[in-house]
Design a protein around this ligand. Sequence first.
Ligand code: 5SP
Ligand code: CO
Length: 222
Amino acid sequence: MPALISPSILSADFANLERDLGRIARADYAHVDVMDNHFVPNLTLGLPVVKRIAEVSPVPIDVHLMVEDADRWAVDYARAGAASVTFHAEAAQAAVRLARELRSAGARAGIALRPATPAEPLLDLLTEFDMVLVMTVEPGFGGQSFIEGTLPKVRRLRAAIDEQGADTWIQVDGGVSRDTIATVAAAGADVFVAGSAVYGAADVAGEIDALRALADEAIARR
Ligand SMILES: O=C(CO)[C@@H](O)[C@H](O)COP(=O)(O)O
Ligand SMILES: [Co+2]
């Protein structure tokens, strides 16, 4: 599949969110990081803000839930208008049940793994999820540097998905930029989250195109 680009609005101007969403109209998704200051040591935004973002965004919303008690909150984000809701494996009691509830609510269901969380427990359950998010930094903040040690996990997931013929996307999030995107695309990723690389660029639309071109080139070669 062609690379999908999901800029993280964590690096947007929160006082001008509608304007900054307009700047990523050529992306495939808008990545919205929901942090609760418990699962991660940072606090961002919640349901009422996500609902308005979904209403004004030119592209579908990809919610990345970094909250404790994902089982309690995830479906509410689907009902708030998110096209895709990704919860953390470490924060869910019943990941398969939750993914099924998200699909029933009309959203794509994603499961996220912190850098130190192994993918192996998921490998027999891949068809239950529309996406596996491999965190390539510790969740909580934008602007961190890419952790190379997460690449074998991306490769293992790619091999399992291809072997099973599963229609599960691999998303990578954290430190994705022109310097790292080709490597992680070659390892097997399909969906690329980039916050500081996109919103820190002088030409935001041009940066999305450049990242997409680099990823597509690496995907074509794998
Ligand atoms: O989920 C997170 C951080 O926890 C991310 O979505 C970041 O927002 C990505 O930022 P960059 O590393 O691309 O600056
Ligand atoms: Co994120």
